[in-house]
Design a protein around this ligand. Sequence first.
Ligand SMILES: Nc1ncnc2c1ncn2[C@@H]1O[C@H](COP(=O)(O)OP(=O)(O)OP(=O)(O)O)[C@@H](O)[C@H]1O
Ligand SMILES: [Mg+2]
Ligand SMILES: [Zn+2]
Length: 631
Amino acid sequence: MGSPLGDAAAEVLRRVYGYDSFRGQQQEIIEHVCAGGDAVALMPTGSGKSLCYQIPAQVREGTGVVISPLIALMQDQVDALNVLGVKAGFLNSTQDPDSRRGVEYAFMDGKLDLLYLAPERLRTESAQRLLDRGTVSLFAIDEAHCVAQWGHDFRPDYLGLSVLHERWPAVPRIAVTATATEQTRAEIVSRLALGGARQFVASFDRPNIQYRIEPKNEPRRQLLRLLRTEHPGDAGIVYCLSRASVEKTADFLCSEGLTALPYHAGLDPRTRTENQARFLREDGLVMVATIAFGMGIDKPDVRFVAHLDLPRSVEGYYQETGRAGRDGRPATAWLAYGLADVVQQRRMIDDSEGDLAHRRKLVAHLDAMLALCETAGCRRQQMLAYFGETGTEACGNCDTCLSPPSVWDGTVAAQKLLSTLVRLGRLGGPAFGAGQPIDILLGKKTPRVLSYGHDSLSTFGIGGELTEGEWRGVVRQLLASGLLTVKGDHGTLALTDLSGEVMRGERPVTFRRDPPKVPTPPRSRRAVAAKAQGGGAAGGRGIAGRGGAGVRAAARVADVGRQGTGHAAVRDLPRRDPAADRGLTALDAGRAQADQRRRRHQAGQVRPGDPRGTRGRALNAAYWPRTQSPQ
Ligand SMILES: Nc1ncnc2c1ncn2[C@@H]1O[C@H](COP(=O)(O)OP(=O)(O)OP(=O)(O)O)[C@@H](O)[C@H]1O
Ligand SMILES: [Mg+2]
Ligand SMILES: [Zn+2]
C-alpha cells in the first residue's frame, strides 16, 4: 500500500468495518490525522465522515474524543461501535451517575478507543480535568457547522470548543460537516482556531438524489401520488413544519393503507424512540416528522425525502434531503411549495425574537431557499453554487433539467398587482392578503369587494388575462424575489423598496410558468374527510395572446380623487411612501411602454417559452449576490 499509517488505517477499514476501499478523500484525511495533523473536512451528507475520525482514533495511541450535538443518538452510535468490536463510550446529561463513572474510569485506564462527549459537558471544569487524566489521541468536532452563528444550526455550546486548542494544543483536531457556505466555513476555521489545519473540500453533490420542487395544490394528495406511483413499499421521510400537520399527514397516509409513523418533539420520549427504532429496523416505513428528526440518522435505503412545507434554508434542505439514498442508489427529494409557504415564513421571521442581525440572517437564508424554488435553471447547479461550487454543468437529474419550465415577461402583471396594492393602501382601509387584490384584478364583485367599494378602483377587472391560480403564482414569485413583502399578524401584503422600480418600469420582471396542475384522482371517503390544505395553484397559461382590456382599463385616470381626497392616509401618501407614489405616477405614464412590450411579446419577439431565458438567469443572478453575502 504505502505508509505504515496508511496500511494500519486500511487494515482497520477492512477488519472492523468490512469495507474494501476508502471513499472520496477519506484515505487522505485519515492519513493526515493519523500523522497528527489538524483537518477541516467538508464532505457531502452520507459520505462517511465518521470514519475520518473513528479510524485515526483506533490507529493512534489513546482515546479519540468526539464532540457531537446528537445526544439522543450517542447510545446508538456507541452500541453500533461496540458491536463492531470498537471500545467506545459516551458522556452526556441523559446518563445515570453509575454508568458515567464507569465510562470515566474506562477512559482514565486507557480502555477506550472513542469517547463521545456532548459539547455542554466539555465546558465543565470536571470534564476538562477528566480529559487531563487520560490520553487523548484526537478531538473530532462532528457537525462543525454548529459553531457558526451565521449558519442554520447554531449551538451556543459549540462556542466553548475553542478551549480544545487552548488547553490541549498538541492534540490533533478534525472538524467535519456536510453543510457550509464559504461564510460558515470561515467561521468554523476562525472560531475553532483551525487556521493552520489542512482543508479537505469535496463536492457536496449527491448525484443519485433527484431534486424536485413542485407547486403546492393539495399537498397530501400530491404526496400520496408520489408515493404510490414512484415509491410503493419504499422507506422514506416526510417533513412537515408543525406537529399538528405531522399527525394529520401520518393519519392520512395510514388511512390510505401506508405504514406511516409520526415523530415530533411533542411526543413522549418513549414513543419517539420507538418510532425511530422501527423506522431504522423495518422495511418500507414512512416517517412523518418535524425537523426534530433525522440528524445523524444513517439508514442506507431511504428512497425519498418529501417536504410538505418550505424549509427555512438551503442548508436545512440539503441536510434533510441528504438522508435519502445513502446507499448510492436512486432516490427522490421532493418538495411541494406554494404562496402560503412564503407568506408564513416571511411572517414567522417578522414575529421572531432577536436582533436585527438575527432577522437579517433568517431573511437571507429564506431568500436563498426561495430562489432555489423559483429558479428556472438546474436546481443542483444552484444549490452547489450556494455552497461555493460554481461552474458545474446542468445535472440532468432534477425537475428543471428533466422538463425545463418556461418563463414569461411578467412586468405588466407585476405592475398591475403592485398598483392595486398602492391604491388599496391609499384608501386607508384595512390591509389585505393576496385574495382581495386578486379578486379586484379579476373583476370579481364579491361581498368583500363591494363592501369596500373596491369595484371602483381603476385596476378593477384589469387582470382577466391570468387565472386566479396564475395571479397567486405572481404574488408568490414577487414575494420570493423581495419585490413584495408581508406584514403583521395576518400576513398582509406590503410594498418594498424595490416595488417602486417595478412600477416605474425600471425593473423588468420575469416569472417562471408553473407546470399545469395534475388532475386529482377520485378521493376515498376518508381522504375527503382529511381535508387537504390549499396553496397557490397556477395553471399553465401565460400572459401572451390575452389581455388588452386590462391595459385599456388601466389607462383610466388614477383613482385618487374619486377615492376620497381629504383622507389623511391619502394626503400623507407622498411623505409616507414616496417611492410607491412615484411608482404609481410612473405606472400610469409608463403603461404605453408596457403595452408595447406586451405586443412585442405577442408578436414573438420575446420568447416566453425559453427555458433558460436570459431574463430568468438575470433574475436569479440578482438573487444570489444578495443572499450569498448578506451584510
Ligand atoms: N469507505 C466506505 N465504504 C463503504 N461504506 C462506507 C465507507 N465509509 C463510510 N461508509 C458508510 O457510509 C454511511 C454513511 O457514513 P456516515 O454516517 O459517516 O456519513 P456522514 O458523512 O457522517 O453523513 P452525515 O452528513 O449525514 O452525518 C455509513 O453507513 C458508513 O458505514
Ligand atoms: Mg455524520
Ligand atoms: Zn439539474
